[in-house]
Design a protein around this ligand. Structure first.
Ligand code: HEC
Ligand code: HEC
Ligand code: HEC
Length: 169
C-alpha cells in the first residue's frame, strides 16, 4: 500500500518535470520575439516614416510601392524614398566607416542576413548616405529592365521613349 503511494508521487513528479521541460522552449520564445536577430543599427532620428511596428512588417511594400509610383507615374515624393531610408538609417560603425550592403552591420542586411532575404537594390542604389548636393550617384545601369516590369502591355507599347545615352557604354 505504502509503496504504491510512493510510486504515484514519483510518477506525478516525473510528469510535472516533463511538462515544464516541454513548456520551457515556448516560454523562452515568448519572451524574445526576435530570437537571435543581430542588433538593428539605430536610426539618426526619433521616428520612422511609418510606425516602427508597421515598418518592420511592411517596409518592402512601401518601397516597392514608392518605386512603382515614381517609375510609372512620374510622382516623386520623398516619404518612402529609398534614398531617405538609407540616409536616416545607415550610420558609420565604430571604425568610422559606413557598412556596405553586404555587411551584417548594414541596416538593411541586419535582418535580411538572418532571414535569408536577398535584395539586389544596391547593385544600382547607393547603400550609404549621399551628400545632399550630389548629382545622381547611382550606378549607370539603366533602371528600365528592372523597374519597368509592368505587365500592362498597353503602357509598354505606347512607350516611345528613346534609350538613355548612358546605356551606350
Ligand atoms: C528620418 C529618419 C528615418 C527615415 C527617413 C526612415 N526611417 Fe525607418 N526608422 C527610423 C526610426 C527612428 C526607427 C525606430 C528604430 C530606431 O530608432 O532605429 C525606424 C524603424 C524602422 C524599421 C524597424 C527596425 C527595427 O528595429 O526593427 C524598419 C524596417 C525601417 N525603419 C525601415 C525604413 C525604410 C524602408 C525607410 C524608407 C522608406 C525608412 N525606414 C525611413 C527612422 C527613419
Ligand atoms: C538595375 C538598376 C536598379 C535596381 C537593381 C534597382 N533600382 Fe530602383 N531605381 C533605379 C533607377 C535608375 C531609378 C530612377 C532614378 C531615381 O529615381 O533616383 C530607381 C528608382 C527607384 C525608386 C524611386 C526613387 C527613390 O529613391 O525613392 C525606388 C523607391 C526604388 N528605385 C527602389 C528600389 C528597390 C526597393 C530595389 C530593389 C528591390 C531597386 N530599386 C532596384 C535603378 C535600379
Ligand atoms: C527589422 C528587420 C528588417 C530590416 C531592418 C529591413 N528588412 Fe527588408 N525584409 C525583412 C524581412 C523579414 C523580409 C522578408 C519578408 C517576407 O518574406 O515576407 C524583408 C523583405 C524585404 C524586401 C522584399 C524582398 C523580396 O524578395 O520579396 C525588400 C525589397 C526589402 N526587404 C528591402 C529592405 C531595405 C531596402 C531595407 C533597408 C532600408 C530593409 N529591407 C530593412 C526584414 C527587414
Amino acid at each position: 500500500m505504502k509503496r504504491s503511494i510512493k510510486r504515484q508521487k514519483l510518477m506525478r513528479l516525473a510528469f510535472t518535470v516533463g511538462l515544464v521541460m516541454l513548456a520551457l522552449p515556448c516560454m523562452l520564445h515568448a519572451e524574445i520575439p526576435y530570437p537571435d536577430i543581430p542588433k538593428v543599427p539605430k536610426a539618426k532620428a526619433e521616428q520612422c516614416v511609418e510606425p516602427t511596428e508597421i515598418m518592420r512588417r511592411n517596409h518592402m511594400e512601401f518601397i516597392l510601392h514608392q518605386r512603382d509610383e515614381t517609375m510609372h507615374q512620374g510622382i516623386r515624393t520623398t516619404k518612402h524614398s529609398l534614398k531617405e531610408c538609407i540616409s536616416c538609417h545607415v550610420n558609420p560603425t565604430a571604425d568610422g566607416q559606413y557598412p556596405r550592403a553586404e555587411d551584417k552591420e548594414h541596416f538593411c542586411s541586419s535582418c535580411h542576413h538572418y532571414a535569408s532575404v536577398k535584395i539586389d537594390c544596391f547593385e544600382c542604389h547607393a547603400d550609404r548616405p549621399q551628400p545632399k548636393d550630389s548629382t545622381n550617384q547611382m550606378s549607370q545601369k539603366s533602371s528600365h529592365q528592372y523597374h519597368n516590369q509592368s505587365k500592362d502591355i498597353g503602357a509598354l507599347t505606347s512607350n516611345t521613349e528613346t534609350k538613355p545615352a548612358t546605356e551606350a557604354n
